[in-house]
Structures are given as structure tokens and as C-alpha cells.
Write a protein that binds this ligand. Structure first.
Ligand SMILES: [Zn+2]
Length: 391
């Protein structure tokens, strides 16, 4: 981050220099043009047959000299600008590690399956963002088989979001009614919130539309068991139809936040219902990578010094732990207290009868005959009674 700030500072300085150079040059050219035009006018009134007078000749020579010196000055400034631009390159070299690419693990993407998964992640990212044509080009170039069933939820989600951003509620409402059962399972109140927005819009139209608001209010009946308090609030709005909600105790219902919230609520619920993560996996991996990069570069230099280059590339685990922000933690991990290793799919955590948890490899090592003694309590038990745990 510090590197970015340093570079930004230098770039800002350069931009300021460019601006002042541009302004100065423009002024100089203006003055020169005026000067030459004046000279031209004076020469034009002169009788051509008599030739130039001595004073005019001197004037032309002076102008020539001036032009030359201005030209030299401008080219000097131009050279100075050039060197400032090349200094930015040096700032970038100084603040960033040019060797970032060297920690790429090319072997990982050499595998066809991994490569197509990677392309799929990029493709999904663009579908998520609503850049359908970009996503489709990537799918074609990467020979990805994208069926409509897979891409449809992204396209639909984007269309609905776009509508919500333009304060058009109906597509989202239709979607939430269609997915009512799943949304209820997720304890989502999206449908209620969408109806509430439509209701408020009707209230805002004033007494002439009050009958429509009353008719719409009947839709809230179905939500009464869960949203009772919110519905009471909405009914209170009827008292302020004439005076307007702005000065009422319910003015919060008019806030911009309601619309921003509904967009994020819809995105979250739509992702849950369709089984997608709320954040783009590509962005999540990228930001995790950015955080891990300094540590990875440090490991790389240590590995190079100790000449054990295989440690980084031949392993699907990093040789050290790299701490990421808590928002990057997606599931808890379990490290075996006996072997001091993180458990994996092949070596899962097992719960012993006594309640203590160790990894399968540790259990195998501890078995003697058909019995195993818990290394903590130590209760003797059959290794077959241990149960696999899933975090
Ligand atoms: Zn035990």
C-alpha cells in the first residue's frame, strides 16, 4: 500500500508539472503569434518596390532571434519533462517487486481441468457483473461448455438488480414470489420489503392514490405473523397521507438507504437461493492473493537461499501460515494436536469416544492391537468407534 501511495505522489507531481508546462507553452505561443501577426501587418503596409527599411530589417532579425530562443527554452522544458516521466518508472521499480510473476505456480494451470476451472471463474465473474458479452467471449475462447441453466441465474439476477437500482420493483417481486418457499427456508423477508417499497411509493402520491394504497395494504396480511411491528408502522403512514411523510415519525421509510439495502438484500438472498457465494470467487481469491503476496515473496527468497525450490511448487500446501483478514475466513480449520498438522480430506479429524479429537493419521499411529488409548484422558477404546468430523 505504501508503494502505491509513493507512486501516486510522484505521478501527481508529474501531472502538475505537465499542466503548468501546457499552460506556459500555450501562453508563449499566443504571445509569439501576436508578435508575428503585428510584424506581418507592419510589413504589409510597406511599399513592396522600396524593399525593407533598416528599422524593419532590425525588427525581423530580432523576431528571428526571439523565435530561436523560445524554441530552445521549450525543447529544454520538454527534455526535463521526459526525464520526470522516466523517473516514474524508477519509482515503480523501487516501490514494487518486479519479480511478482516469479511466484506463479505454472504447474497448477498446466493441468487442463484446473485451467478450465480458472477460465470458468473468470467467466462467472463477468456474468455476475452483467458483462454478458465479455463472459461469452471468454467462454468461446476458453472452449468452455456453458449451458443456459448455468448462466441464466446470473443474467436474471443482473436484470433484476438493474431494475431495482432504477427503482423498478416488479421483476424482483416476481422473482421472490416464485422462490417463496426457499426464501422462507432462509428466513428471508425480501418479499415483504419489496411490497413495503411499493406501498410507500403509493403513499407518496398523496390523497388521490390513497384508495390504491389501502387496497395494496391487504398484501401485508400474509406477513402479519412475522412482520407485525413493521406492518403497524406502515399503517401509521395513512395518518400522514395529506401532510406527507417527510415531517412524520415515519420519514425513515423515505430514506435512500431503503433502496440501497434492498439491492444488497436481493443479491444476498438470490445468491443463497441459487447456491452461489455473495462475493465473486475471483475477486475473493485476488484480494487474498494480494494480501499473501509479500509473505509469498519472502518465502520464495528464503527457499532460493536454501536451494529447496521444490518446497513451494511441489506441494499443495504453503510451507508457512499466512494470516488473512477475518472476512477471508470461510470455514474453520482443524489442526491435529498430536501431529501438529492441519487436517485434510485424506487425513480428516476424528472424534474419539471420550470426546477428544485427533487426526486419522495420529489415530493410526496410536493403535496398538485392536485398541487405542486416547493420548489425553486416556480412555481405552476401539479405533472403529471414532467418528469423522466435518467442519
Ligand atoms: Zn480422550
Amino acid at each position: 500500500m505504501e508503494g502505491c501511495l509513493n507512486t501516486e505522489k510522484d505521478v501527481d507531481k508529474l501531472i502538475a508539472k505537465f499542466e503548468s508546462y501546457k499552460k506556459q507553452t500555450h501562453q508563449t505561443f499566443e504571445q509569439l503569434t501576436q508578435h508575428i501577426e503585428k510584424l506581418q501587418n507592419e510589413l504589409n503596409v510597406q511599399d513592396a518596390s522600396t524593399g525593407l527599411s533598416a528599422s524593419h530589417r532590425q525588427l525581423v532579425t530580432q523576431t528571428n532571434k526571439k523565435l530561436k530562443s523560445v524554441g530552445q527554452k521549450i525543447s529544454g522544458q520538454h527534455k526535463d519533462l521526459h526525464s520526470s516521466v522516466s523517473r516514474i518508472g524508477k519509482t515503480i521499480d523501487r516501490n514494487f517487486d518486479a519479480e511478482c510473476g516469479s511466484i506463479n505456480m505454472h504447474e497448477i494451470l498446466a493441468d487442463h481441468t484446473h485451467h478450465s476451472l480458472f477460465n470458468r471463474a473468470i467467466c462467472e465473474h463477468f456474468y455476475r457483473q452483467g458483462s454478458v458479452s465479455v463472459a461469452e467471449s471468454i467462454a468461446t475462447d476458453g472452449n468452455l461448455e456453458i449451458d443456459d441453466k448455468w448462466r441464466f441465474p446470473f443474467i436474471e439476477m443482473n436484470e433484476i438488480l438493474e431494475n431495482l437500482q432504477n427503482r423498478v420493483v416488479d421483476p424482483a417481486l416476481m422473482w421472490s414470489i416464485r422462490n417463496k418457499v426457499q426464501l422462507q427456508k432462509e428466513k428471508s423477508n425480501l418479499e415483504f420489503k419489496l411490497h413495503r417499497l411499493k406501498f410507500i411509493e403509493l403513499i407518496k402520491l398523496g390523497p388521490s392514490h390513497q384508495h390504491l394504497a389501502v387496497a395494496y395494504a391487504k398484501k401485508f396480511q400474509q406477513f402479519a405473523p412475522v412482520q407485525c411491528q413493521e406492518i403497524q408502522q406502515l399503517m401509521g403512514c395513512f395518518l400522514y397521507v395529506k401532510r406527507g411523510l417527510t415531517e412524520s415519525p415515519y420519514c425513515d421509510l423515505l430514506s435512500e438507504k431503503m433502496w440501497n439495502d434492498i439491492c444488497s438484500d436481493f443479491l444476498r438472498d438470490a445468491c443463497r437461493v441459487t447456491g452461489l457465494s455473495v462475493n465473486s470467487p475471483l475477486i475473493s481469491s485476488f484480494s487474498a492473493g494480494c494480501q499473501a503476496l509479500p509473505a509469498l515473496l519472502a518465502i520464495k527468497s528464503v527457499i532460493e537461499q536454501r536451494q529447496c525450490s521444490g518446497a513451494l511448487s511441489n506441494n499443495d500446501e504453503l510451507p508457512i501460515d499466512i494470516d488473512l483478514d477475518s472476512c477471508q475466513h470461510y470455514h474453520s480449520v482443524f489442526a491435529c494436536p498430536i501431529l501438529r498438522q492441519q487436517t485434510t480430506v485424506k487425513n480428516p479429524p476424528l472424534r474419539l469416544v471420550c470426546g477428544h479429537v485427533i487426526s486419522r493419521d495420529a489415530l493410526t499411529k496410536l493403535v496398538s492391537g485392536s485398541k487405542v488409548k486416547c493420548p489425553y484422558c486416556p480412555v481405552e477404546q476401539s479405533p472403529n468407534d471414532a467418528k469423522e468430523l466435518h467442519f
